[in-house]
Design a protein around this ligand. Structure first.
Ligand code: GUN
Ligand code: FE
Length: 425
């Protein structure tokens, strides 16, 4: 249904800012031309003629953003969870990703990932493909057909991987330029994002070329940063002149700033200097707590990042993470923050429910613009959830019901979803 003016009635919750959860029981959420006109306890006169979608008793919240996810890894998720990052990449990830050279294989497997995303609460995602240009375009096509909004990257890799998953430097740059030409203006809701895999996968020559491509095409950038001890030590060896991991990206113009919106996943081991630079450049952090536990990477200091005002959202990091659910990522973010506080640093208080809800909605949504809230002027991304099997009718307020669904719900319990005011189901 493409209907950009309507009203949803139900139990509404959204973040006003990182500390403030707004709720409205039996409230009216107005969509006008695909954008939120706000939440009202009583429907204003001027919206009386809009069609009313009555979701009384159901929860209505802003769509979630998965700020870091690898679509090709969906098919082998939950394998190799007894390994650390570099071993896991060599053993499982690289051989699996190499299969996406075959576009038929890619279409079949990407369709499964896209269907899970379509049915769940995520309305947006920043998604890694593989090095393969045509398969990455297939992924973009499937996301567009599903009605989702996304940024998708053809991955760049010209070293330190098996022959079956490595490009030459020239090939990597040329394929990226060709891919950008092929997808330019092809998909209204799915856009390209420059995606050097991580520094060990890219030579200086390639990073230089990618820096030029970024400037020419004004592309956003996504990659990995300071995830694992072995990885960080390796990067220091590979880039001996750089002050830290982030500084190496920065020396190629791939680390934020006004004309280079950037997401860096993990930031588990970032130094004070690296954190300072991220803050200065407005680099978004994709906090991926489940992945960081599975691969024994550690616990990112999310409380510090929030306090310092560094832009941040949540990532599933499939298949470092096993669950696509951003509800699950929220609960994990709270759990690991408690462990860090208890065992590592008592000055970093655990994250709260309003904070993780903020990260899942406004925090990650901000990478897409005015996304992730029901405040007036935000893109109308929303979903409706039936929590009746958890709620003892009337016993809990909306904030408590939200708390319970964060820990209990399955993505499959989403009843209805809207992206930019388009109802997907
Ligand atoms: N670093 C480089 N590649 C990857 C990947 O596929 N997953 C994770 N978690 N970290 C990476
Ligand atoms: Fe990742």
């Amino acid at each position: 249904m493409v209907q950009k003016n309507f009203v949803c009635k139900g139990d509404i919750c959204y973040s006003k800012d990182k500390n403030t959860l707004q709720t409205c029981k039996d409230g009216y959420l107005v969509c006008e031309n695909g954008v939120s006109a706000g939440v009202f306890a009583k429907l204003p006169e001027k919206y009386q003629d809009f069609p009313l979608l009555d979701y009384t008793g159901k929860l209505i919240m802003p769509g979630f953003t998965d700020l870091h996810v690898h679509a090709p890894q969906y098919r082998f998720r939950a394998l190799g969870m007894d390994l650390e990052l570099l071993e896991w990449l060599d053993t499982h990830t690289f051989p699996q990703e190499a299969k996406y050279v075959d576009t038929d294989f890619a279409r079949k497997n990407y369709a499964r990932f896209v269907e899970e995303m379509r049915k769940g609460p995520n309305t947006r995602g920043c998604i890694f493909g593989t090095i393969h240009r045509q398969s990455t375009e297939v992924l973009m096509e499937l996301l567009e057909e599903a009605g989702l909004c996304a940024m998708v990257g053809k991955v760049n890799m010209d070293r330190h991987s098996p022959d079956i998953l490595r490009e030459t430097t020239e090939e990597s740059a040329a394929e990226t330029v060709q891919w950008l030409a092929d997808v330019a203006d092809k998909f209204p809701h799915v856009k390209p994002i420059l995606t050097p895999r991580f520094l060990p996968s890219c030579t200086d020559e390639l990073l230089e070329k990618l820096g030029d491509i970024q400037k020419q095409h004004h592309l956003p950038v996504q990659s990995h940063l300071s995830e694992n001890r072995g990885e960080v030590a390796w990067v220091q060896e590979l880039f001996p002149k750089s002050k830290h991991y982030g500084d190496a990206y920065d020396s190629f113009g791939l680390f934020g700033g006004e004309n280079c919106p950037t997401i860096m996943a993990h930031c588990v081991l970032s130094s004070d200097d690296e954190i300072r630079l991220m803050k200065e450049r407005g680099v978004f952090i994709a906090h991926c707590p489940e992945s960081n536990t599975n691969l024994a990477s550690g616990i990112a200091p999310a409380r510090r990042y929030l306090t310092e005002g560094i832009p941040m959202g949540l990532g599933s990091d499939i298949a470092g993470g096993t669950r696509c659910s951003i509800f699950f990522a929220m609960a994990e973010a709270i759990r690991v923050s408690k462990m860090r506080w208890r065992l590592v640093d008592e000055s970093l208080a655990p994250l709260t429910i309003p904070e993780v809800f903020y990260l899942a909605t406004l925090g990650g949504g901000a990478f897409f613009g005015k996304v992730g809230s029901f405040a007036e002027g935000y893109e109308f991304d929303a979903f409706v959830l039936d929590d009746s099997r958890y709620d003892n009718p009337g016993e809990y307020d909306i904030a408590q019901r939200l708390e319970r669904v964060i820990y209990l719900t399955e993505d499959s319990e989403v009843l209805h979803k809207f992206v930019e005011g388009r109802q997907l189901f």
